[in-house]
Design a protein around this ligand. Structure first.
Ligand code: EPZ
Length: 429
């Protein structure tokens, strides 16, 4: 298995191009199942999760084409793909494929809405909590689907099509909102989603669905209204920038010191995280087409953080922020409210010398003067990258094992960091 070697203690200086958002690209690709026409998606990151979903869609019969490079494009520009679901041959998503990635469960919505049936394995995904799908099933049932769980599969059917309904989520769920949006787009009549997720990826999906002919209002607010349409059409859409990748590199700079411009991204996608970073002492400024992050000399101030649905502080940046706080001046309290088991990075950060105590959903981080490199193990996607950040700031050598987690969600991680001076390399097994 590949490993990543880091020799820490080098400030980051330069520019880092930010990729398209994995968590937007996945539902956008799934939306291709809603129409027989071609959906063209630009700025799609080259990631293991994207490749896995491509295989899953291919298994349903979706044609996938990578559009050739245009002049001026580099490997960092993101790829353009065309997906055409004109000949769906199978409405079953099997365990072997779905178990590798939780988001692939969302295919249930377009398959059911367009073909009246879907059989989708209950999902797998990162080991960050129990992560049920009860709310996704509730949303589809509200739209009139008959659903059974049979031998590990969700079997969903509808006799005369889905019907618009009121869907009131008792808890904010990104996946539930994606599923409800896609299914309601092809339902008869009006659907009202209350307590909808407001994440930028939800807005991106709604914008693409609208280009595909859906009638959606209120995406980005807790109340979304969808007027169902009889059929949807092809479209072209550019995936929005990855706010989690943006925040991750911003935290890396805040931790190692230096001066980096994050290109092709937007501050409005992660205001809460950038505000918190400023409070820790990093200088954050908006520049044309991106964000500049600087930290020179001054210590890192300890700040408390609670994860929350958007626009709150994202759970997907919690591990990276904890890495930063391990070197803060004083004590920081980090509360995780989204996933109950998302602290696997704690014991690995401890191997680098971090002092962290867990009390239920609260991590209490006592800042130390320095971290020291060590061999560590990647556990889930965001936890893994927190170890990279900590390794960049630690003295000496850090070796990160099981890096396939990183490849699921960070495009060209080593190359992007190395161009800013980091001493980081992948050792192929
Ligand atoms: C999305 O997962 C993201 N994944 C996650 O990113 C992210 O951490 C999460 O949203 C929260 O922002 C993708 O977009 C592919 P949820 P999702 O439904 O949609 C509970 C990463 O690292 N819940 O918003 O699966 C659930 O257990 C990944 O890129 C139910 O109880 O998350 C959690 O406590 C990890 N029943 C809360 O809701 C349900 O049926 C929010 O989960 C569904 C969810």
């Amino acid at each position: 298995m590949d490993r990543i070697h880091i020799t820490g203690g080098v400030p980051l200086n330069g520019t880092i191009p930010i990729s398209g958002a994995k968590n937007a690209a996945l539902p956008l690709m799934i939306a291709s199942l809603l129409t027989g026409d071609t959906l063209e998606l630009a700025n799609v990151p080259r990631l293991a999760d994207i490749a896995a979903l491509t295989r899953i869609l291919g298994n349903h019969g979706v044609d996938h084409m990578v559009v050739g490079k245009r002049p001026g494009q580099t490997t960092e520009t993101g790829q353009t793909i065309r997906l055409t679901a004109s000949n769906v041959i199978d409405t079953t998503a099997p365990y072997e494929l779905v178990s590798t990635m939780r988001a692939s469960f969302w295919v249930v919505a377009p398959l059911l809405a367009r073909f009246g049936e879907a059989k989708v394995s209950l999902p797998g995904g990162c080991a960050i909590g129990t992560r049920p799908v009860d709310l996704l099933i509730m949303a589809l049932e509200r739209l009139g689907a008959q659903i059974e769980i049979d031998a590990g599969y969700v079997v969903a059917k509808t006799k005369n099509g889905l019907r618009g309904a009121e869907i009131d989520f008792p808890k904010v769920t990104v996946g539930g909102t994606h599923v409800a949006l896609m299914a309601a787009s092809l339902a008869y009549g009006t659907t009202v989603i209350s307590n909808a997720a407001r994440e930028p990826e939800v807005v991106d999906l709604a914008e693409c669905l609208t280009k595909m002919g859906a009638r959606i209002q209120g995406a980005g607010t807790p109340r979304i209204v969808i007027e169902g349409v009889a059929r949807m059409n092809g479209a072209r859409h550019e995936v929005l920038p990855d706010r989690i990748e943006t925040g991750t590199y911003a935290m890396a700079v805040a931790m190692t010191g230096g001066d980096v411009v994050l290109e092709n991204t937007r501050a409005d996608l992660l205001h809460s995280a950038l505000d918190i970073l400023s409070t820790t002492g990093a200088e954050i400024t908006q520049v044309p087409g991106g964000i500049r992050v600087r930290r020179n000399g001054a210590g890192i101030a300890a700040v408390d953080v609670t994860t929350d649905p958007f626009p709150g502080f994202p759970t997907d940046l919690q591990a990276q922020f904890m890495a930063l706080m391990t070197l803060a001046n004083g004590q920081s309290q980090i509360r995780e409210t989204i996933f109950e088991n998302r602290f696997m990075h704690v014991q690995e950060l401890a191997r680098l010398g971090a002092r962290i105590r867990l009390e239920g959903d609260l991590a209490i981080v006592e800042g130390v003067d320095r971290l020291k490199g060590a061999p560590v193990m990647a556990t889930d996607l965001r936890a893994s990258v927190s170890l990279v950040i900590a390794g960049l700031a630690a003295e000496g050598e850090t070796q990160i094992n099981r890096v396939y987690h990183l490849d699921r969600g960070f495009e060209a991680l080593e190359a992007k960091l190395a161009r800013c001076g980091a001493r980081i390399e992948r050792v192929r097994a």
